[in-house]
Ligand binder design. Structure first.
Ligand SMILES: *[C@@H]1O[C@H](CO)[C@@H](O)[C@H](O)[C@H]1NC(C)=O
Ligand SMILES: *[C@@H]1O[C@H](CO)[C@@H](O)[C@H](O)[C@H]1NC(C)=O
Ligand SMILES: *[C@@H]1O[C@H](CO)[C@@H](O)[C@H](O)[C@H]1NC(C)=O
Ligand SMILES: *[C@@H]1O[C@H](CO)[C@@H](O)[C@H](O)[C@H]1NC(C)=O
Length: 358
């Protein structure tokens, strides 16, 4: 997710590239988050937004369940993740919402698919469906879906350490905002592509029945596809347990490994779904004023909840596919503790020491 200064990218305009499509890779289903067990293997952040300065409290699993901010709808079987739209929030307080991340992480050689019927929107609302490695910016970040306030198009992007650029993508007629993925460049703008599909965000998204977001983290590059519901490929609608991404056509956004060595810049990713309010992106005055009026916090977050009736995700499933052994089992604690690499290094050193002294 980006952190500051967006005005500078408006001047970059439209770039179109045409190159060869990527080679075929097939993947097998390794994880299915859906139905009554949808929320079982995620970590709830359980702290106010100290990551992007949002005016939001990301609640615990128990609060999310008891106040119905994260639940499975018994009628549709869909998972709902939402902002509190029932409470009056007093001045100087933040509004409750949700940030969840998967306990397991998914390495290079993975594809994740999110089936969504509704995405959050409205003034002050900043939702994202994204992923990152535990030691950000080391190990990279992939933003599959992100929008703020009342924008009408989804934006996608990567954030990395220095040396990753979007060069010669296969995507066509997509809107490229910026090509340097380095978090140190352009105030961590990232390398951003805007989805040209007007049904990729906001009211138009749910009016078209939603759709699926497909994210491929492959050695050959990172690709994202968005399919409106009427265009969902049969390998997904038939719930095939094996998929071949070469059948999906040209990605909506693509970052080939030529400009960004995927194996160097990307480590196993935890998948994250969150909705914050205002903060570094949605609340930046120059961004906020593009689609909303007034003050992000005082005119929307506090007081009556009426702004937030559309501030929810409705998901059919999140499915993850892998080619080979790409699942890193975890309890999610790595996000705030030692990275598993350090843990292994530490354990390995201990083991070597024990062997040596025996
Ligand atoms: C990205 O570029 C498109 C096309 O120029 C523009 O409509 C959009 O506002 C830009 N996005 C941002 C976040 O500046
Ligand atoms: C946010 O708060 C959590 C819980 O106190 C803490 O572990 C984490 O380090 C904080 N993160 C930042 C960026 O301040
Ligand atoms: C595929 O899975 C979804 C969600 O579990 C289910 O609603 C749908 O009926 C399934 N479709 C087929 C063709 O099996
Ligand atoms: C909150 O939003 C949901 C989803 O749009 C809606 O069904 C519900 O009626 C809203 N609650 C209130 C109190 O407005």
């Amino acid at each position: 997710m980006f952190k500051a200064q967006y005005a500078s990218i408006a001047s970059l305009g439209l770039l179109v590239f045409v190159v060869q499509p990527a080679a075929a890779v097939s993947y097998n289903l390794v994880k299915d988050y859906s139905g009554s067990t949808f929320f079982d293997e995620w970590v709830f952040y359980d702290h106010f937004d100290n990551l992007t300065n949002g005016d939001a409290v990301f609640v615990s699993a128990s609060t999310a369940a008891s106040s119905k901010l994260a639940f499975v709808d018994s009628g549709s079987g869909h998972a709902i993740v939402k902002v509190d739209n029932t409470s009056q929030v007093p001045s100087n307080e933040k509004r409750n919402t949700v940030r969840i991340s998967t306990k397991d992480r998914y390495a290079v050689g993975s594809v994740w698919v999110a089936d969504m019927f509704h995405v959050p929107f409205g003034c002050s609302v900043w939702p994202a469906w994204w992923s990152q490695a535990p030691d950000w910016p080391i190990g990279g970040e992939i933003d599959t879906f992100e929008g703020v306030n009342q924008v009408t198009h989804n934006q996608m992007g990567l954030h990395t350490t220095t040396g990753c650029n979007q060069v010669s993508p296969v995507q066509s007629s997509t809107l490229v905002n910026s090509t340097n993925c380095d978090h140190l460049a352009d105030s961590n703008l990232g390398c951003i592509v805007t989805n040209p599909d007007a049904a990729s965000y906001g009211q138009a998204f749910s009016a078209a029945g939603g759709g699926i977001f497909v994210t491929e983290l492959a050695s050959s590059g990172i690709s994202i596809w968005f399919f409106e519901r009427k265009n969902i490929p049969s390998i997904f609608s038939s719930n095939s347990s094996t998929i071949d991404t070469s059948t999906l056509g040209t990605p909506t956004a693509n970052w080939p490994t030529g400009g960004c060595d995927v194996n160097k810049f990307f480590e196993p990713q935890a998948l994250i779904l969150d909705i914050t309010l205002c903060g570094d992106f949605a609340g930046a005055p120059t961004v906020f004023s593009q689609t909303c009026s007034g003050n992000c916090y005082t005119d929307y977050v506090i007081g009556p909840p009426s702004t937030y009736d559309n501030a929810y995700f409705e998901l059919g499933y999140v499915r993850v596919y892998g080619s080979g052994n790409t699942v890193v089992k975890g309890n999610g604690a790595a996000q705030i503790g030692l990275s598993s690499a350090y843990t292994w290094l530490f354990c390995g050193t201990l083991l070597l020491g024990m062997l040596w002294f025996n």
